[in-house]
Design a protein around this ligand. Structure first.
Ligand code: FES
Length: 185
């Protein structure tokens, strides 16, 4: 049984029991493996970053500076949910201080306010209020027919498995400010 290495113009060949194996071939294979792993890793991270961001967003996390933003005059808010948009400066993996628009479904309940995230807890589509003729006076998600009651509680038997998240809020000088997002499970 022979096992020795020959040098052919820079390429090393190993003879082993009549079989020839190019040592550089292994190296190329390893190189390809690493390249594919690197590319795959990049693609996975690209897909994961928005998910991670979804999990830690909407960037109104407790402990951050100025977590409350003015959203509406209190006089604009009634007992029917109304959608208000607001803008935050957001840092993500690529861009710092990016102006990002969020929204909340807001209504008055007695002397309190309710501000719900419009992000469906199934797969993240946007819910709307009272837009399904079959399900009046409910939050409806058009993607897979998710339903929530007015207080954001998911309706059993529809895809969402948790209530809509809710914003903390405060009222100052006749304005409603939204603060940290309270995750509900
Ligand atoms: S994303 Fe809302 S029901 Fe599926």
């Amino acid at each position: 049984m022979s096992d020795h290495t020959l040098d052919h113009g820079g390429a090393k060949w190993r003879e082993n029991a009549g079989r020839q194996e190019n040592v550089n071939e292994i190296t190329r294979r390893q190189f390809l493996t690493y390249t594919l792993m690197g590319t795959g890793g990049f693609m996975v991270s690209t897909l994961l970053v928005p998910s991670v961001r979804y999990a830690v967003d909407p960037l109104l996390k407790k402990g951050e500076e100025e977590p409350y933003v003015p959203v509406a005059d209190v006089s604009e808010i009634g007992s029917e949910p109304k959608r208000f948009e607001f803008t935050l400066k957001v840092d993500d993996a690529w861009v710092k201080n990016q102006q990002t628009t969020y929204s909340a479904w807001v209504y008055k309940q007695g002397s309190d306010f309710v501000a719900l995230s419009p992000v469906c807890k199934h797969l993240g589509c946007t819910v709307s209020w009272n837009t399904s003729p079959q399900h009046p006076e409910m939050f409806y998600c058009p993607c897979h027919g998710g339903l929530y009651t007015k207080d954001g509680i998911n309706v059993p038997g529809t895809p969402p498995r948790a209530p809509l998240d809710m914003y903390d809020y405060k009222v100052e000088n006749g304005k409603l400010y939204l603060g940290p997002l309270i995750q509900r499970t």
